[in-house]
Design a binder for this molecule. Structure first.
Ligand code: SF4
Length: 419
Protein backbone atom coordinates (compact mmCIF):
# COMPACT_ATOMS: atom_id res chain seq x y z
CA UNK A 1 0.00 0.00 0.00
CA UNK A 2 1.63 3.24 -1.05
CA UNK A 3 -1.04 5.58 0.23
CA UNK A 4 -1.65 6.05 3.91
CA UNK A 5 -5.23 7.18 3.62
CA UNK A 6 -8.11 4.76 4.12
CA UNK A 7 -9.97 4.38 0.83
CA UNK A 8 -13.30 5.64 2.09
CA UNK A 9 -14.64 7.34 5.18
CA UNK A 10 -17.78 5.38 6.00
CA UNK A 11 -19.52 7.76 8.34
CA UNK A 12 -20.24 11.46 8.33
CA UNK A 13 -18.50 13.57 10.91
CA UNK A 14 -20.52 14.57 13.94
CA UNK A 15 -20.69 18.19 12.86
CA UNK A 16 -22.31 17.11 9.60
CA UNK A 17 -24.99 15.48 11.72
CA UNK A 18 -25.59 18.95 13.19
CA UNK A 19 -23.77 18.42 16.50
CA UNK A 20 -20.71 19.96 18.10
CA UNK A 21 -20.03 16.87 20.21
CA UNK A 22 -20.75 13.13 20.17
CA UNK A 23 -23.22 12.39 23.01
CA UNK A 24 -23.48 8.99 24.74
CA UNK A 25 -26.86 8.11 23.24
CA UNK A 26 -25.62 8.62 19.67
CA UNK A 27 -22.59 6.35 20.04
CA UNK A 28 -24.01 2.85 20.54
CA UNK A 29 -21.85 0.15 18.86
CA UNK A 30 -23.59 -2.52 16.80
CA UNK A 31 -23.49 -6.07 18.15
CA UNK A 32 -20.93 -8.57 16.84
CA UNK A 33 -22.31 -11.34 14.62
CA UNK A 34 -21.58 -15.03 15.12
CA UNK A 35 -18.40 -16.26 13.42
CA UNK A 36 -18.70 -19.52 11.41
CA UNK A 37 -16.75 -22.34 13.12
CA UNK A 38 -14.27 -22.76 10.23
CA UNK A 39 -13.19 -19.10 10.53
CA UNK A 40 -12.69 -19.06 14.31
CA UNK A 41 -9.25 -18.75 15.92
CA UNK A 42 -7.42 -18.48 12.59
CA UNK A 43 -8.25 -22.15 11.97
CA UNK A 44 -7.93 -22.00 8.18
CA UNK A 45 -4.61 -20.11 8.32
CA UNK A 46 -3.20 -22.79 10.63
CA UNK A 47 -4.71 -25.67 8.62
CA UNK A 48 -3.27 -24.45 5.32
CA UNK A 49 -0.01 -23.61 7.08
CA UNK A 50 1.53 -21.56 4.27
CA UNK A 51 5.13 -20.82 5.27
CA UNK A 52 5.91 -17.08 5.47
CA UNK A 53 8.58 -15.77 3.11
CA UNK A 54 9.82 -12.51 4.55
CA UNK A 55 7.74 -9.34 4.40
CA UNK A 56 3.99 -9.89 4.02
CA UNK A 57 1.96 -6.98 2.69
CA UNK A 58 -1.71 -7.20 3.75
CA UNK A 59 -3.89 -8.56 0.96
CA UNK A 60 -7.35 -9.85 1.72
CA UNK A 61 -7.54 -11.67 -1.64
CA UNK A 62 -5.03 -14.28 -0.58
CA UNK A 63 -4.73 -16.55 2.43
CA UNK A 64 -2.32 -15.08 4.99
CA UNK A 65 0.80 -17.16 5.70
CA UNK A 66 1.17 -18.82 9.10
CA UNK A 67 3.11 -16.10 10.94
CA UNK A 68 3.63 -15.76 14.66
CA UNK A 69 5.40 -13.58 17.16
CA UNK A 70 8.09 -13.45 18.37
CA UNK A 71 9.57 -14.37 14.93
CA UNK A 72 7.14 -12.05 13.15
CA UNK A 73 5.64 -8.71 14.15
CA UNK A 74 3.44 -6.29 12.28
CA UNK A 75 4.41 -2.65 11.94
CA UNK A 76 2.52 0.47 10.94
CA UNK A 77 2.58 1.56 7.32
CA UNK A 78 4.39 4.74 8.42
CA UNK A 79 7.08 2.68 10.19
CA UNK A 80 7.44 0.37 7.16
CA UNK A 81 7.94 3.39 4.86
CA UNK A 82 10.46 4.93 7.29
CA UNK A 83 12.32 1.63 7.55
CA UNK A 84 12.46 1.35 3.75
CA UNK A 85 10.42 -1.88 3.69
CA UNK A 86 7.58 -0.23 1.75
CA UNK A 87 7.53 2.62 -0.70
CA UNK A 88 5.18 5.54 -0.24
CA UNK A 89 4.91 9.12 0.93
CA UNK A 90 3.03 10.72 3.77
CA UNK A 91 1.37 14.09 3.59
CA UNK A 92 3.39 16.72 5.48
CA UNK A 93 6.02 14.38 6.95
CA UNK A 94 9.02 12.50 5.66
CA UNK A 95 8.94 9.76 8.26
CA UNK A 96 7.52 8.67 11.59
CA UNK A 97 9.57 9.01 14.77
CA UNK A 98 8.12 5.90 16.40
CA UNK A 99 8.61 2.30 15.36
CA UNK A 100 5.22 0.86 16.34
CA UNK A 101 5.26 -2.94 16.49
CA UNK A 102 2.25 -5.18 16.96
CA UNK A 103 2.38 -8.81 18.04
CA UNK A 104 0.85 -11.15 15.49
CA UNK A 105 -0.80 -14.60 15.54
CA UNK A 106 -3.21 -16.44 13.21
CA UNK A 107 -5.78 -16.30 16.05
CA UNK A 108 -5.32 -12.54 16.34
CA UNK A 109 -6.53 -10.52 19.28
CA UNK A 110 -9.10 -12.41 21.33
CA UNK A 111 -10.84 -9.24 22.51
CA UNK A 112 -13.66 -7.55 20.67
CA UNK A 113 -13.32 -3.81 21.29
CA UNK A 114 -16.03 -1.99 19.36
CA UNK A 115 -13.88 0.75 17.80
CA UNK A 116 -10.93 -1.46 16.88
CA UNK A 117 -10.07 -2.86 13.46
CA UNK A 118 -8.21 -5.80 15.06
CA UNK A 119 -11.23 -7.04 17.01
CA UNK A 120 -12.10 -10.75 17.14
CA UNK A 121 -15.44 -10.50 15.29
CA UNK A 122 -13.52 -9.58 12.14
CA UNK A 123 -12.18 -13.14 11.83
CA UNK A 124 -15.48 -13.88 10.06
CA UNK A 125 -14.24 -12.09 6.95
CA UNK A 126 -10.58 -11.13 7.28
CA UNK A 127 -7.36 -12.85 8.41
CA UNK A 128 -5.68 -11.10 11.31
CA UNK A 129 -2.65 -10.04 9.26
CA UNK A 130 -4.97 -8.30 6.77
CA UNK A 131 -6.92 -6.15 9.21
CA UNK A 132 -6.68 -2.36 9.15
CA UNK A 133 -5.87 -0.74 12.48
CA UNK A 134 -5.98 3.00 13.21
CA UNK A 135 -6.84 3.53 9.53
CA UNK A 136 -3.82 1.85 7.98
CA UNK A 137 -2.45 -1.54 6.98
CA UNK A 138 0.15 -3.25 9.14
CA UNK A 139 2.65 -5.30 7.08
CA UNK A 140 4.14 -8.35 8.81
CA UNK A 141 7.94 -8.49 8.92
CA UNK A 142 10.49 -10.84 10.53
CA UNK A 143 11.60 -9.20 13.78
CA UNK A 144 15.22 -10.10 13.03
CA UNK A 145 15.06 -8.09 9.79
CA UNK A 146 13.77 -4.99 11.62
CA UNK A 147 16.50 -5.28 14.25
CA UNK A 148 19.18 -5.75 11.57
CA UNK A 149 18.17 -2.50 9.86
CA UNK A 150 17.87 -0.38 13.01
CA UNK A 151 21.00 -1.83 14.65
CA UNK A 152 23.15 -0.52 11.78
CA UNK A 153 23.09 2.98 13.30
CA UNK A 154 20.72 3.42 16.25
CA UNK A 155 22.16 6.83 17.23
CA UNK A 156 21.20 8.30 13.86
CA UNK A 157 18.00 6.36 13.35
CA UNK A 158 14.92 8.36 12.31
CA UNK A 159 13.16 6.54 15.13
CA UNK A 160 13.17 8.31 18.49
CA UNK A 161 11.33 5.45 20.17
CA UNK A 162 10.15 1.87 19.66
CA UNK A 163 6.83 0.63 21.01
CA UNK A 164 5.56 -2.93 21.42
CA UNK A 165 1.77 -3.19 21.27
CA UNK A 166 0.52 -6.25 23.08
CA UNK A 167 -2.82 -7.77 22.16
CA UNK A 168 -5.17 -10.09 24.01
CA UNK A 169 -3.61 -13.50 23.39
CA UNK A 170 -2.29 -16.23 25.69
CA UNK A 171 1.27 -15.78 24.35
CA UNK A 172 1.28 -12.02 24.49
CA UNK A 173 3.39 -11.55 27.64
CA UNK A 174 6.05 -14.19 26.86
CA UNK A 175 6.48 -12.92 23.30
CA UNK A 176 6.66 -9.29 24.41
CA UNK A 177 9.55 -10.24 26.71
CA UNK A 178 11.31 -12.06 23.86
CA UNK A 179 10.88 -9.21 21.37
CA UNK A 180 12.14 -6.75 23.99
CA UNK A 181 15.12 -8.94 24.84
CA UNK A 182 16.10 -9.39 21.20
CA UNK A 183 15.84 -5.65 20.64
CA UNK A 184 17.89 -4.59 23.67
CA UNK A 185 20.55 -7.27 22.91
CA UNK A 186 21.44 -5.30 19.78
CA UNK A 187 20.11 -1.78 20.33
CA UNK A 188 20.97 0.38 23.32
CA UNK A 189 17.69 1.54 24.90
CA UNK A 190 19.40 4.86 25.67
CA UNK A 191 19.74 5.40 21.91
CA UNK A 192 16.17 4.35 21.14
CA UNK A 193 13.98 4.02 24.24
CA UNK A 194 11.21 1.43 24.32
CA UNK A 195 7.56 1.84 25.32
CA UNK A 196 5.12 -0.94 26.11
CA UNK A 197 1.50 -0.56 25.11
CA UNK A 198 0.15 -3.19 27.45
CA UNK A 199 -2.71 -5.61 27.56
CA UNK A 200 -3.72 -5.54 31.25
CA UNK A 201 -6.38 -8.26 30.99
CA UNK A 202 -3.82 -11.08 30.98
CA UNK A 203 -1.02 -9.32 32.91
CA UNK A 204 0.26 -9.52 36.46
CA UNK A 205 2.33 -7.04 38.46
CA UNK A 206 5.35 -9.32 37.94
CA UNK A 207 4.87 -9.01 34.17
CA UNK A 208 4.97 -5.21 34.47
CA UNK A 209 8.15 -5.50 36.53
CA UNK A 210 9.69 -7.83 33.94
CA UNK A 211 9.20 -5.30 31.11
CA UNK A 212 11.00 -2.72 33.28
CA UNK A 213 13.83 -5.16 34.10
CA UNK A 214 14.27 -5.94 30.40
CA UNK A 215 14.83 -2.28 29.59
CA UNK A 216 11.45 -0.70 28.80
CA UNK A 217 11.35 3.04 29.49
CA UNK A 218 7.62 3.87 29.52
CA UNK A 219 4.59 1.67 30.23
CA UNK A 220 1.15 2.63 28.95
CA UNK A 221 -2.32 1.23 29.39
CA UNK A 222 -4.88 1.66 26.64
CA UNK A 223 -7.89 2.61 28.74
CA UNK A 224 -9.36 4.03 25.53
CA UNK A 225 -12.80 4.62 27.04
CA UNK A 226 -13.00 7.56 29.44
CA UNK A 227 -15.62 6.23 31.88
CA UNK A 228 -16.39 2.78 33.36
CA UNK A 229 -19.79 2.77 31.64
CA UNK A 230 -18.30 3.49 28.22
CA UNK A 231 -15.52 1.01 28.85
CA UNK A 232 -18.05 -1.75 29.53
CA UNK A 233 -20.10 -0.81 26.47
CA UNK A 234 -17.16 -0.71 24.04
CA UNK A 235 -14.62 -3.14 25.51
CA UNK A 236 -16.43 -5.35 27.99
CA UNK A 237 -19.73 -7.15 28.32
CA UNK A 238 -21.44 -4.84 25.80
CA UNK A 239 -19.53 -6.44 22.91
CA UNK A 240 -18.65 -9.88 24.33
CA UNK A 241 -15.13 -8.71 25.14
CA UNK A 242 -13.14 -9.73 28.23
CA UNK A 243 -11.81 -6.40 29.51
CA UNK A 244 -12.58 -4.85 32.89
CA UNK A 245 -12.06 -1.24 33.95
CA UNK A 246 -10.86 -2.32 37.41
CA UNK A 247 -8.16 -4.62 35.96
CA UNK A 248 -6.89 -1.83 33.70
CA UNK A 249 -6.55 0.46 36.70
CA UNK A 250 -4.83 -2.27 38.72
CA UNK A 251 -2.10 -2.57 36.06
CA UNK A 252 -1.94 1.21 35.62
CA UNK A 253 -1.25 1.54 39.35
CA UNK A 254 1.38 -1.21 39.14
CA UNK A 255 3.04 0.75 36.32
CA UNK A 256 2.95 3.90 38.46
CA UNK A 257 4.81 2.11 41.27
CA UNK A 258 7.29 0.28 39.03
CA UNK A 259 8.07 2.83 36.31
CA UNK A 260 7.65 5.99 38.41
CA UNK A 261 6.52 9.55 37.64
CA UNK A 262 6.27 10.63 33.98
CA UNK A 263 7.07 7.08 32.87
CA UNK A 264 3.55 5.70 32.65
CA UNK A 265 0.33 6.79 31.04
CA UNK A 266 -2.99 5.92 29.48
CA UNK A 267 -4.44 6.08 26.00
CA UNK A 268 -7.85 7.71 25.75
CA UNK A 269 -10.13 8.02 22.74
CA UNK A 270 -12.15 11.24 22.64
CA UNK A 271 -15.68 11.35 21.27
CA UNK A 272 -17.05 7.87 21.99
CA UNK A 273 -19.86 9.26 24.13
CA UNK A 274 -18.15 10.76 27.19
CA UNK A 275 -18.50 14.45 28.04
CA UNK A 276 -15.57 16.83 27.73
CA UNK A 277 -15.64 17.24 31.51
CA UNK A 278 -15.45 13.48 32.03
CA UNK A 279 -12.45 12.96 29.77
CA UNK A 280 -10.60 15.98 31.19
CA UNK A 281 -11.32 14.80 34.70
CA UNK A 282 -9.56 11.55 33.77
CA UNK A 283 -6.64 13.53 32.32
CA UNK A 284 -6.39 15.43 35.62
CA UNK A 285 -6.54 12.20 37.63
CA UNK A 286 -3.63 10.79 35.62
CA UNK A 287 -1.57 13.95 36.07
CA UNK A 288 -2.31 13.95 39.81
CA UNK A 289 -0.77 10.48 40.14
CA UNK A 290 2.27 11.41 38.02
CA UNK A 291 1.24 10.05 34.62
CA UNK A 292 0.33 11.34 31.18
CA UNK A 293 -2.57 10.92 28.80
CA UNK A 294 -2.15 10.07 25.14
CA UNK A 295 -5.18 11.07 23.15
CA UNK A 296 -6.87 9.82 20.02
CA UNK A 297 -9.77 11.39 18.21
CA UNK A 298 -12.50 8.81 17.58
CA UNK A 299 -12.64 7.79 13.91
CA UNK A 300 -15.06 5.14 12.63
CA UNK A 301 -12.60 2.42 11.66
CA UNK A 302 -13.76 0.48 8.62
CA UNK A 303 -14.99 -3.00 9.60
CA UNK A 304 -15.26 -2.17 13.31
CA UNK A 305 -18.46 -2.31 15.36
CA UNK A 306 -18.53 1.49 15.38
CA UNK A 307 -17.90 2.08 11.68
CA UNK A 308 -21.41 3.47 11.20
CA UNK A 309 -20.95 6.21 13.81
CA UNK A 310 -19.79 9.80 13.39
CA UNK A 311 -16.17 10.84 13.81
CA UNK A 312 -15.65 13.29 16.66
CA UNK A 313 -16.66 16.81 15.60
CA UNK A 314 -13.53 18.92 15.29
CA UNK A 315 -14.70 21.58 17.74
CA UNK A 316 -15.17 18.98 20.53
CA UNK A 317 -11.80 17.44 19.71
CA UNK A 318 -9.93 20.76 19.64
CA UNK A 319 -11.39 21.89 22.96
CA UNK A 320 -10.33 18.64 24.63
CA UNK A 321 -6.96 18.59 22.87
CA UNK A 322 -6.15 22.11 24.07
CA UNK A 323 -7.44 21.61 27.62
CA UNK A 324 -5.58 18.30 27.93
CA UNK A 325 -2.33 19.98 26.86
CA UNK A 326 -2.80 22.70 29.48
CA UNK A 327 -3.39 20.13 32.23
CA UNK A 328 -0.58 17.80 31.12
CA UNK A 329 2.13 20.38 30.42
CA UNK A 330 1.15 23.85 31.67
CA UNK A 331 0.05 23.21 35.26
CA UNK A 332 -3.51 24.32 34.63
CA UNK A 333 -6.05 22.34 36.67
CA UNK A 334 -9.51 21.23 35.64
CA UNK A 335 -10.95 23.18 38.57
CA UNK A 336 -9.60 26.37 36.95
CA UNK A 337 -11.67 25.63 33.83
CA UNK A 338 -15.38 26.20 33.30
CA UNK A 339 -17.86 23.85 31.62
CA UNK A 340 -21.46 24.23 30.41
CA UNK A 341 -24.46 22.03 31.26
CA UNK A 342 -23.43 19.48 28.63
CA UNK A 343 -19.92 19.30 30.05
CA UNK A 344 -18.35 21.30 27.19
CA UNK A 345 -15.31 23.48 27.91
CA UNK A 346 -16.33 27.12 28.20
CA UNK A 347 -13.07 28.59 29.50
CA UNK A 348 -9.57 27.19 29.88
CA UNK A 349 -8.51 28.64 33.22
CA UNK A 350 -5.81 30.99 31.88
CA UNK A 351 -5.87 34.50 30.43
CA UNK A 352 -6.87 35.06 26.81
CA UNK A 353 -3.41 36.28 25.99
CA UNK A 354 -1.68 33.20 27.49
CA UNK A 355 -4.15 31.00 25.67
CA UNK A 356 -3.48 32.78 22.39
CA UNK A 357 0.28 32.20 22.83
CA UNK A 358 -0.21 28.50 23.45
CA UNK A 359 -2.50 28.10 20.44
CA UNK A 360 0.06 29.96 18.33
CA UNK A 361 2.82 27.54 19.41
CA UNK A 362 0.72 24.74 17.89
CA UNK A 363 2.21 21.90 19.97
CA UNK A 364 -1.12 21.26 21.72
CA UNK A 365 -2.58 20.08 18.41
CA UNK A 366 0.18 17.65 17.50
CA UNK A 367 -0.26 13.91 18.06
CA UNK A 368 0.18 13.11 21.74
CA UNK A 369 2.10 10.13 23.05
CA UNK A 370 5.44 9.07 24.52
CA UNK A 371 8.15 11.72 24.05
CA UNK A 372 10.94 11.59 21.51
CA UNK A 373 14.25 13.44 21.36
CA UNK A 374 12.95 16.95 20.58
CA UNK A 375 11.23 17.97 23.83
CA UNK A 376 8.94 16.46 26.49
CA UNK A 377 5.70 17.73 25.02
CA UNK A 378 6.45 16.57 21.46
CA UNK A 379 5.56 12.95 20.98
CA UNK A 380 7.80 10.50 19.15
CA UNK A 381 4.65 8.56 18.40
CA UNK A 382 3.23 10.78 15.68
CA UNK A 383 0.90 8.14 14.13
CA UNK A 384 0.43 9.94 10.79
CA UNK A 385 -3.29 10.06 10.02
CA UNK A 386 -4.16 7.37 12.53
CA UNK A 387 -7.22 9.28 13.70
CA UNK A 388 -8.25 11.32 10.66
CA UNK A 389 -7.71 11.72 6.94
CA UNK A 390 -5.09 14.29 5.84
CA UNK A 391 -7.94 16.40 4.43
CA UNK A 392 -9.35 17.05 7.91
CA UNK A 393 -6.50 16.48 10.36
CA UNK A 394 -7.33 15.71 13.99
CA UNK A 395 -3.84 15.02 15.43
CA UNK A 396 -1.10 16.82 13.50
CA UNK A 397 1.88 14.52 12.85
CA UNK A 398 3.93 17.65 12.05
CA UNK A 399 4.24 21.17 13.45
CA UNK A 400 1.02 22.97 12.41
CA UNK A 401 1.72 25.79 9.98
CA UNK A 402 0.02 29.19 9.71
CA UNK A 403 -2.84 27.89 7.58
CA UNK A 404 -3.36 24.97 9.96
CA UNK A 405 -3.49 27.30 12.96
CA UNK A 406 -6.03 29.48 11.22
CA UNK A 407 -8.24 26.42 10.73
CA UNK A 408 -7.69 25.31 14.34
CA UNK A 409 -8.71 28.72 15.71
CA UNK A 410 -11.84 28.57 13.63
CA UNK A 411 -12.64 25.09 14.96
CA UNK A 412 -12.08 26.36 18.51
CA UNK A 413 -14.11 29.46 17.77
CA UNK A 414 -11.22 31.53 19.10
CA UNK A 415 -10.43 34.47 16.81
CA UNK A 416 -6.97 35.60 15.77
CA UNK A 417 -5.51 37.96 18.36
CA UNK A 418 -5.30 41.60 17.31
CA UNK A 419 -2.19 43.21 18.90
S1 SF4 B 1 -7.52 -5.44 23.04
FE1 SF4 B 1 -6.57 -3.86 21.78
S2 SF4 B 1 -6.07 -4.86 19.84
FE2 SF4 B 1 -7.56 -6.18 20.89
S3 SF4 B 1 -9.56 -5.54 20.11
FE3 SF4 B 1 -9.19 -4.36 21.99
S4 SF4 B 1 -8.25 -2.43 21.28
FE4 SF4 B 1 -8.11 -3.92 19.58
Amino acid sequence: MSCIEQKSSPAVAGEQAGRDHNPFDAMEPRLPEKTPAERRNGRHVKANDIPPQGVYLPNNNILAPHMMSPEYVQLSTAAAITLGIMSGRMYGCECTRCLNLLLTYPEGCRANCAYCGLARHREADRDYADRNFIRVDWPAVPMAEIIDIVAQDPENSPFHRMCISMITHPRSEADTFTVLEHWTDRIDPDAIPVSILSNPTTMTRDDVQRTRDLGADIFTVALDAATPELFDRTRGKGVQSPHKWSKYWEILNDAKDIFGPQKFGAHIIVGMGETEYEVLNLVQELVDVGGHSHMFCFFPEQGSLMDHLPATPRDQWRRVQLARYLIDYRDVRIDHMRFDDLGRVKSYGISDSELADIIEEGIAFRTSGCPGKFQDDISACDRPYGDSPPSDIASYPFQPQKKDLKKIRKQLDIPVRVE
